[in-house]
Each structure stands twice: as C-alpha cells, then as structure tokens.
Write a protein that binds this ligand. Sequence first.
Ligand code: 13P
Length: 398
Amino acid sequence: MASASLFKPSAATVLDKSDWVKGQTLRQANVSAVRFNAAAPSALTVRASSYADELVKTAKTVASPGRGILAMDESNATCGKRLDSIGLENTEANRQAYRTLLVSAPGLGNYISGAILFEETLYQSTTDGKKIVDVLLEQGIVPGIKVDKGLVPLAFSNDESWCQGLDGLASRSAAYYQQGARFAKWRTVVSIPNGPSALAVKEAAWGLARYAAISQDNGLVPIVEPEILLDGEHGIDRTFEVAQKVWAEVFFYLAENNVMFEGILLKPSMVTPGADCKERATPEQVASYTLSLLHRRIPPAVPGIMFLSGGQSEVEATLNLNAMNQSPNPWHVSFSYARALQNTCLKTWGGRPENVKAAQDALLQRASANSLAQLGKYTGEGESEEAKKGMFVKGYVY
Ligand code: 13P
C-alpha cells in the first residue's frame, strides 16, 4: 500500500512542510512528490503519504483482536465536570492524578490497544515523573490525540453546530507525531431533533474529510467520528435513516480528499432509538440495525470500527458490542469508550489515594468485559448496579 496511484490536476499548490513547521526536524511526507505516470501520460500521479505503510500498520495494531480504545481525551473543561462529580477541584494536579491512575492500571494493554489523550496529557508526566506517553508504550498501547477544537454554533442552521480545528492542524499534527502520537480523533456531532439540516451534515462530513487527509499526511491515523447524538424521542428507524445519510456523505468526501481507507478508523454511534423514545431496543436489535448500516456504507478496506458509548450505561455498551460480534465482520468491530469505561472507575476512586487500586480494578474489569465483547464472548454476568446506570446528558460536549 506504499503508493496508491491518485490523480490530482496539479501539485503546484502543495506547500512544503518547512513553510509551515518552523524549526522542527520532520520526516518529509511525499504527498507533494509528483511523478509522471506512463500508463496515463496526460495525468500527473501523486504518491500517497510516505507514511502510508506506517498508517496501515498503526490502524491494524489499534484494531487488534480482543482490544479497543480507552478514550481519555476529555478537554480540561469536561475533565473538570468529571472531577466535580466526585467533589474534586479542576486543577492540573487532580487531572494528572486521575490520568496517572488510568494509564498505569497493571495489564491494561491486554485489553486496550490505543488511548486517546487531550493535548495536556500528551505532554504530561505521571505523578511519579514518567512521561504518560512512555507509560502507554510500555503497556503496548498506542498513544492518540484529540485534535479538534470543539463545537460552535453553525450560522443559519437549525441551532446546529460545526467543529473547529482545521486552522494550523497540519503543524499541530506534525508536532503531535513528534511527541509520540500515532493516531488522531476529531469528533463532530449531528443532531436528529434539530434536523439534521443538509448544511450541517455536509459541513460535518467535509470537516472530517479535510482533517483525515491532514492527519494521514502527517503520520497520524485519523479516527473519523461523526457522532449522531442520542438526544430525541425518535425511534431506531429514524436513527438508521439519518446515519445512512451521514455516512454516505462522510465517505463521499473522504474519497474526494484522497484519504486512504486502509489507514483510517471509524468511531460511529450505534444505531439506537433516541434517549427519550419510549420503545427501547434489545442488544440484538441494536446490533442488527448497526451492522446493516455498516454493511451498506462502510467499505471493507476500513480496518476498524471503534464505537463510542454516547451515554449508554457501561453494561449496555458492552452488551451491544457483544451482540455485534456474534458472527465474523469484514472489519474489526470494537470500542472507543470514555464514559462506558471510566464511570465506575472514577466513582470508585473518589479522589482518594487509598482507592487507586480498587479504581484500577474497576477500569480493568470494564476493559476486560469489552475485550470479551469484541470477541463475542461476553456473558453479562456479575455486573454491578452502578455499571447498569445510563449516563446520557442532553447536548453533551466533550
Ligand atoms: P463516550 O464513549 O463517553 O461517548 O465518548 C465519546 C468520545 O468521543 C470520546 O473520545
């Protein structure tokens, strides 16, 4: 997969990296290396990123059997809300203590292949002075980085939002790669009760595609995450309809932007009824709708589908994932949960040093349950009442 033959009318507008990454020694990506293609003499062929092989390898490592992603990329504001829920102040020291607890849980790498970090954490050390990135690598976990800059109102829409962060993304991505990140995440959202308008869907898809191309050009495997929010009273069929539309547009623009599908990962919402819909769905129904969606919209070249939990309870998210892995899929179907991995762990910790081990055990229990669900072998036995509580919050920001 080193040199996908992609046609571009001209490469004259491609900037050399040195124009925008001042003073950094970078491996030069070959996206601007134009060569003549004898098979199509009138066209210029542009090699894919020289990171192509590495991107494929990284994506495969993250999408490895029995493992998934620990999403611990809460922005400082969101992390503050989590800390507040256990009575802790949102200080850098408290965030560091919590993140140290997460990344140093013994044996975490048996179940977790990648960890998404917030920028602060990528440059942070543990409480005993080790770089967090190094602790992850020692655990066999690939470090990733949240690169979007959050949601803002989308003008002239139906109270919808769009995701910021493309300005300066290339130079930030290059710096994150140097710091040890090997994959990236960009979360944008689509609201069903607010439309979604054609404008909001197009904007979400285009932003994801530009981000994905820039990430690949800088050696980071992009996680493509158009979250279809749980908010609403709609039934599962409506979610399915909207999801089909969203993923059609996302793949249209990914292709238009020459993104290499073998070097991306997806982070979809599962297809479920809206949070306020009276008719609930069983894990088998969620799995059936979600797999139909994936079969219709996602090419088998994509190595991994890493679901978000979106406010489902820890147990529900695990049961749904397990139901999707009852027969072989063309892609690795796994998890990239934040709330559904961390909730019991955070509450068990409660900010007390003497609870660190119990909290790590709670994290490991969720991680191993989801590892089993990735293999289709989770039984749901012995789960606590806490793990069955839903975590849906209206208009959730990350
Ligand atoms: P949740 O699993 O809490 O929905 O997290 C979503 C997310 O995007 C984290 O990276």
